[in-house]
Design a binder for this molecule. Structure first.
Ligand code: RIB
Ligand code: CA
Length: 317
């Protein structure tokens, strides 16, 4: 039995972030220490509430901390076209009782990492503002970060501009800080997340689990898949964020390739691009393990197994 991996999940719920929370909050391989939220898919006010809504629905008493409400340099941008006005359109949630902790997410990250034995993995599934700010505020935490696992970037096309993927585009400076910190980085980019498409038959498969968590999954996917079809013409919504967590549940899930990755901060047209030296042509040191393939059937098995582990109590609170 592999050791339980301690993680902090930094996210911008967001439908796919919500599924990442579902996996992280109920997997024997993961100890979810805390959830930190950031402005991204929607405003911080909305993403923090959404993280609380999901954990309340799942009946998981995991602390949520609100972080930065805007990128380090550029103006905020949201993804209401995908995630809706609330950031989690679709499911009907009961009245929200769970509240965020009083401590700022950046302070929480610093306090928790400093007190750790260097065994915490920081998973980011939104813009990397909180983690970058934490490293700049307290550089002593850098060596305490076991690994950074991010959903973001792409060595092929972006999904907002042709060059850039949303999480990195929103705060490219923050991504640059994280990629150049000198800690191990796993980049789970669009190149693999666009392979885990939540087709109708997958939604039906998860609906058969027939518990509170599966009902939330189905309601989330009903909206997410509809907007992904409208915006990108995809027949199934790409489950970007949970792929980060699933890669920790099964280390064989992803095939990765060490690459030198540099974030474009200067050009307007390609701002936020993760320039990945796939062939190592530049002879520069690798700065990230970039995911190049995924065992798709295994991923859906992980999702189903996780949903089955939830009981009936979810959604009632
Ligand atoms: O580009 C996809 C990423 O941007 C996902 O994390 C999605 O939730 C949005 O944050
Ligand atoms: Ca996200």
């Amino acid at each position: 039995m592999m050791e339980r991996q301690k993680i902090i999940l930094d996210c911008d719920p967001g439908h796919d972030d919500a599924v990442a929370i579902m996996l992280a909050a109920n997997s024997p391989q993961i100890e979810l220490l805390g959830v930190t939220t950031v402005a991204g898919n929607q405003t911080l006010e909305k993403t923090q509430k959404n993280a609380c809504r999901v954990l309340q629905w799942l009946g998981r008493d995991i602390p949520v901390y609100a972080g930065c409400g805007r990128p380090m340099v550029r103006e905020p941008r949201a993804a209401g076209d995908i995630h809706g006005e609330t950031g989690l359109d679709g499911p009907v949630f009961p009245p929200l009782h769970k509240t965020v902790e009083p401590e700022h997410a950046v302070s929480y990250m610093i306090r928790t990492l400093l007190a750790s034995d260097g065994d915490i993995i920081v998973v980011t599934t939104g813009p990397m503002t909180n983690l970058a700010m934490a490293m700049r505020m307290e550089p002593r935490i850098v060596e305490k970060i076991r690994r950074i696992v991010l959903m973001g970037g792409a060595y092929a096309n972006g999904n907002v501009t042709p060059a850039a993927e949303f999480n990195v585009l929103v705060d490219a400076e923050a991504a640059h800080v994280c990629f150049t910190a000198g800690r191990p980085v796993t980049m789970v980019g669009l190149d693999v997340t666009h392979k885990v498409l939540c087709y109708p038959e997958i939604v039906e498969r998860m609906a058969q689990v027939n518990n509170g968590a599966s009902r939330l999954f189905v309601d989330l996917m009903r909206h997410f898949c509809k907007t992904q079809k409208e915006v990108f013409g995809m027949e199934g919504g790409p489950l970007h964020d949970p792929l980060t967590i699933a890669s920790l549940i099964d280390p064989k899930l992803l095939t990765t390739k060490p690459m030198n990755v540099q974030i474009d901060l200067r050009s307007e047209q390609s701002y936020g691009r993760t320039n990945c030296d796939y062939y190592g042509y530049l002879g520069l040191p690798a700065t990230a393990d970039v995911a190049v393939d995924v065992d798709v059937p295994r991923f859906w098995d992980i999702v189903e197994d996780c949903l089955r582990r939830y009981g009936e109590e979810e959604g009632a609170t």
